[in-house]
Design a binder for this molecule. Structure first.
Ligand code: HEM
Length: 403
């Protein structure tokens, strides 16, 4: 890809399916915000909104920017992914389903998970301490989120690698692959088959008070269909997993790039929540959310037609200079919560409290056990997906800890 935004007569070039784009999409997004903020992505046949104001309006205006039929960017997603995920619905169907899950995702309901997350983090880091080497994603961050969500949806430890593997299959994209591939659909269908069996097993114990129990009770009461129960378990396994894994990795990476800010956190761990918010703003792990437009409309001189698919580029909006001062500067002291890394409005992330809890506990443990870690850049590897943004490998070394 040609370097964007630097030459006169700028040619804006956004390609969320180009693997090279994923390494540093920010200059491309900046050029789009400045020169073509409502961008038509020809190969995928959808629009990309890059300004904070436009993305925020789309999140708020859920009657015009709808989620039905917009579960993924790929145009064939609806027909190939048959189970309904409630993220891909609109009020009142969406409100009905969200109401079943929301009470179980509140900070108070999640508090008992903190001890589990800390214990699991320590357990995962322990074998690496005496060697002085660890891969922050492959040895740690890829496990914690799936383990935590498994506690909510009752996936036993022996099944978790498989479930995570299918979620990985669903989101993996080959270079410039703009339609779903067999591997993606197979990942989804394997998850569906697994959760069909899972719900059948759990129907034998109808009164267990967890998320599966709540959804099965809603099914019995006629407030959720069986396909919705299975679809929403698939959604929890996908949404609760990769995004949080990648957030933890992005945080470890940015704090390695900024050792003076890492030192601040070591000296004052009370600043960690602010560092999490700044990572979410500066390098969030959810890149593009999907909508369809319910009616023809004009936006910054572009004509969007009823039914068009629109990508809301939150990682671009979160660096918009019209919203944030010095947006290209990573500063954990910023304390801004105006980012939209967890979306906004009726579909705002249901797992935000859980993601923040996991990121905080994992970072507390990393900074306590290996505050001097150094990342080995030649070993960095990225995940490739138009939505999920982050690393699959972040190898690092640090001062060995005596056994
Ligand atoms: C850093 C981690 C995470 C990020 C960046 C993230 C991001 C997002 C975003 C941007 C949305 C809005 C989607 C839209 O407007 O179309 C969303 C929705 C959602 N997220 Fe998350 N998420 C994260 C972690 C989690 C976790 C841990 C869970 C569950 C355990 C979760 C479950 C959900 C669900 C169920 C929705 C759909 C909500 C709805 O449609 O009402 N997320 N997430």
């Amino acid at each position: 890809m040609s370097k964007p935004g630097t030459e006169p007569g700028v040619r804006v070039n956004l390609d969320p399916y180009d693997h090279r784009f994923h390494w540093d999409p920010y200059p491309y997004y900046r050029a789009a915000r400045e020169h073509d903020p409502v961008y038509y992505y020809e190969p995928g046949g959808f629009w990309l909104l890059t300004k904070w104001e436009d993305v925020n309006r789309a999140f708020r205006d859920h009657r015009v920017f709808i989620n039905s039929g917009a579960v993924a960017l790929e145009k064939d997603a609806n027909e190939k992914l048959p189970y309904p995920l409630f993220i891909g619905s609109d009020p009142p169907e969406h409100t009905r389903q969200r109401a079943v899950l929301a009470p179980l995702m509140m900070p108070g309901a999640l508090a008992p998970l903190e001890e589990f997350v800390r214990h699991r983090t320590r357990e995962l880091l322990a074998p690496h301490l005496t060697r002085g080497r660890v891969d922050f994603v492959a040895d740690l961050a890829c496990y914690v989120p799936m383990d935590a969500i498994s506690m909510l949806i009752d996936v036993p430890p022996a099944h978790r690698d498989r479930v995570r593997g299918w979620a990985d299959d669903l989101i993996a994209r080959e270079d410039r692959q703009t339609d779903l591939a067999e591997r993606n659909v197979a990942g989804y269908m394997n998850l569906a088959e697994y959760f069909e069996t899972h719900t059948a097993r759990r129907a034998q114990e109808p009164h267990r008070p967890d998320m599966v129990g709540a959804m099965l009770a809603a099914e019995r009461a006629g407030a959720m269909t069986h396909a919705e129960v299975v679809g929403n378990l698939i959604l929890m396994a996908i949404a609760g997993n990769e995004t949080t894994t990648k957030l933890i990795g992005n945080m470890a990476y940015r704090l390695w790039e900024h050792p003076e800010q890492r030192r601040l956190l070591v000296e004052d761990p009370g600043l960690i929540p602010k560092a999490i918010e700044e990572t979410l703003r500066f390098d969030g792990s959810s890149q593009i959310l999907v909508r369809r437009v319910a009616e023809d409309l004009e936006l910054r001189g572009k004509h969007l037609k009823k039914g068009d698919r629109v990508g809301l580029c939150v990682i671009s909006a979160n660096r918009d200079a019209d919203k944030f001062e010095n947006p290209e500067v990573f500063d954990i002291r910023r304390g801004s919560r105006d980012h939209m890394a967890f979306g906004y409005g009726v579909h705002a992330c249901l797992g935000a409290s859980l993601a923040r809890l996991e990121a905080r506990v994992v970072l507390e443990e990393i900074l306590q056990m290996m505050p001097d870690y150094q990342i080995e850049t030649q070993g960095l590897r990225r995940a490739h997906n138009p939505n999920v943004r982050g690393f699959t490998h972040i190898p690092a070394h640090f001062g060995k800890v005596a056994p």
